[in-house]
Design a protein around this ligand. Structure first.
Ligand code: HEC
Ligand code: HEC
Ligand code: HEC
Ligand code: HEC
Ligand code: HEC
Ligand code: HEC
Length: 397
């Protein structure tokens, strides 16, 4: 009896510990890691979901890293290069060493993280499948083309239905009385002569033609000019909040605007200057800001949908207009600081550029670049037209 107990004890112990580990993992995580980590979002350190995948499912290496991350980063282990990169990415924030935790304890924490990752993936899979149909359409003008096409498709359907009814009614009237009693011809047989008639074919061709013309013109018009164009963006970013309420300067985010051709759309790290600390918004909670953190963690840029788009044959330079010309963003882009979502305010047509160049005066005295011209013209101000702003080659490559 006693010897049997001695023999059983380690086995029982292992089983007991095994069941306790999974529960202990959570408690150990809360006590040691939660101040810097969460499973589903970045806190001080990275979100830990999927960490097994990032470490090639090599728990032995993970345990070494967690016990002493600095030794691991500076040492020569399997994932030292990766860990060093991560450390740089996190602005050299030193993760606490956990030499006091045993391998078994760390393993139980890792088990907990793994279980949470799987639970999260399951929870995400359900709504993701439901909403995958509503991803923002990048196709330009798709929004304007479809209503017209739908109306046409409906009209086509209605006409076909009306035709079928007339055909049915007509054939009933024209049907010889005796034929009916012998064998009623099927609907298909009655329809055939009508389907083959020239009038019907002409009608179908006409409808097809009208549909084709409207579809192609709608598409052609949407290539260059689409004033008011306002696509759905991947994150509910609000200019009204950032540029309006918090008065963040346009140039803080659109860093290129005074330096060169393009104003540029801010990269994720500009957002992170603030959203490293602000992880919850008053309107959407953590939902929208989490997308910034995800882009930051994965290194995948946020896929903003471009709104303004001149054709390739046109050259437009922001610095020339904003810095040299002194034109306010709002003259061309409208009251952006009041827009929840940006839309295209001006039509960006050639006429729009030319009109402004005809009317806008350039102060020659304010710009040393025009000194020679100024002396030659003996005028203080001239229009953009007079300095060559209507020459084709200035705007066209
Ligand atoms: C003081 C804050 C802090 C604490 C506490 C902390 N970590 Fe970290 N952890 C970090 C930082 C910061 C990094 C990013 C790498 C670096 O800077 O060294 C990181 C990285 C990691 C990584 C690698 C993540 C990846 O994406 O590859 C793991 C795994 C990890 N920590 C696990 C833990 C565990 C488990 C605990 C608790 C036992 C813990 N950490 C406690 C700050 C912390
Ligand atoms: C906090 C950063 C931030 C600030 C400040 C900011 N913007 Fe933006 N802006 C963005 C982002 C991100 C986008 C892309 C998403 C979008 O279109 O809403 C964008 C898009 C735009 C676009 C449309 C670009 C396109 O796709 O064609 C215009 C125009 C614009 N901003 C003008 C302004 C003006 C003018 C101001 C100042 C009144 C300003 N922005 C301030 C971040 C910012
Ligand atoms: C200079 C600081 C700063 C920068 C840079 C910044 N934000 Fe914000 N952002 C804020 C502040 C402040 C709030 C308001 C938080 C609140 O609602 O309490 C906010 C809120 C938000 C919200 C949540 C709105 C809500 O109510 O839930 C989103 C989404 C957001 N920002 C996206 C972005 C994106 C995308 C960028 C980068 C293009 C960016 N922010 C850059 C300061 C900034
Ligand atoms: C003279 C008119 C004009 C002024 C002033 C102007 N823009 Fe633009 N902006 C444009 C045009 C035109 C485009 C389209 C450029 C293209 O497609 O190449 C554009 C595009 C943009 C874009 C999209 C990305 C890019 O660089 O092409 C952003 C962002 C933007 N402007 C921000 C600003 C900001 C911020 C200011 C003020 C500091 C400003 N713009 C001033 C005419 C203007
Ligand atoms: C709101 C008025 C305004 C609009 C709209 C405008 N521009 Fe201009 N543009 C100016 C001014 C002012 C200057 C002169 C800047 C300077 O050099 O002092 C200028 C200068 C230029 C120049 C340089 C001309 C030269 O002789 O060096 C080019 C090229 C140009 N614009 C292209 C465009 C294009 C392309 C568009 C339309 C997509 C456009 N501009 C729309 C006001 C405008
Ligand atoms: C101030 C700038 C500017 C000047 C100067 C200018 N253009 Fe343009 N041009 C544009 C812009 C912007 C567009 C694109 C408009 C659009 O999207 O339809 C354009 C478009 C065109 C197109 C293509 C039209 C189309 O429907 O695709 C032609 C051709 C053209 N320009 C010829 C000229 C010729 C010839 C001159 C000289 C007499 C000239 N442009 C001077 C700005 C300019």
């Amino acid at each position: 009896m006693k010897s049997a107990m001695n023999w059983l004890r380690p086995i029982l112990g292992a089983v007991l510990l095994g069941t306790l580990w999974a529960q202990d993992g959570k408690a150990l995580f809360q006590a040691n890691c939660a101040s810097c980590h969460a499973v589903n979002k970045r806190v001080v350190g990275p979100a830990l979901k999927g960490v097994h995948e990032r470490w090639g499912n090599d728990e032995a290496e993970l345990i070494k890293f967690i016990q002493n991350s600095q030794a691991y980063i500076n040492g020569n282990f399997k994932y030292s290069a990766y860990a060093k990169k991560l450390y740089e990415e996190y602005n050299r924030t030193v993760m606490t060493a956990f030499t006091g935790l045993t391998e078994a304890e760390i393993k139980s924490i890792l088990d907990y993280i793994k279980a949470e990752t799987e639970a999260l993936a399951k929870a995400e899979a359900a709504p993701a499948a439901a909403s995958s149909g509503s991803t923002p359409a990048a196709g330009e003008g798709a929004g304007t083309a479809s209503p017209i096409l739908w109306v046409l498709a409906l009209a086509l359907g209605a006409i076909s239905l009306a035709l079928l009814i007339t055909v049915a009614a007509l054939s009933k009237v024209l049907q010889p009385q005796e034929a009916e009693s012998i064998s009623r011809p099927s609907l298909w047989e009655r329809l055939q002569p009508v389907l083959r008639s020239k009038r019907f074919i002409a009608l179908v061709l006409l409808i097809g033609f009208v549909w084709w013309v409207s579809a192609t013109t709608v598409k052609a018009r949407s290539v260059g000019l689409h004033k008011g164009y306002q696509p759905v963006q991947p994150i509910a970013f609000s200019h009204k909040l950032h540029a309006g309420q918090y008065k963040i300067a346009c140039q803080y985010c659109h860093v290129g605007v005074e330096k060169g051709k393009s104003a540029t759309i801010p990269s994720t790290n500009i957002c992170m200057n603030c959203h490293n600390y602000i992880q919850e918004g008053s309107r959407y909670g953590t939902k929208e800001i989490a997308k910034i953190l995800e882009s930051w963690e994965t290194g995948k840029p946020i896929e903003w949908v471009r709104i303004h788009n001149l054709p390739d044959l046109v050259y437009f330079n922001h610095a020339q207009h904003v810095k040299v010309g002194g034109i306010a963003c709002q003259t061309c882009h409208g009251p952006v600081e009041e827009m929840e979502e940006v839309y295209q305010y001006s039509d960006l047509s050639m006429g729009w550029c030319i009109n402004c160049h005809r009317q806008t005066k350039v102060d020659l005295t304010a710009n040393p670049y025009y000194e020679r011209l100024h002396q030659a013209l003996k005028e203080k101000t001239v229009t953009v037209e007079q300095i060559g702003g209507l020459e084709c080659s200035k705007c066209h490559y």
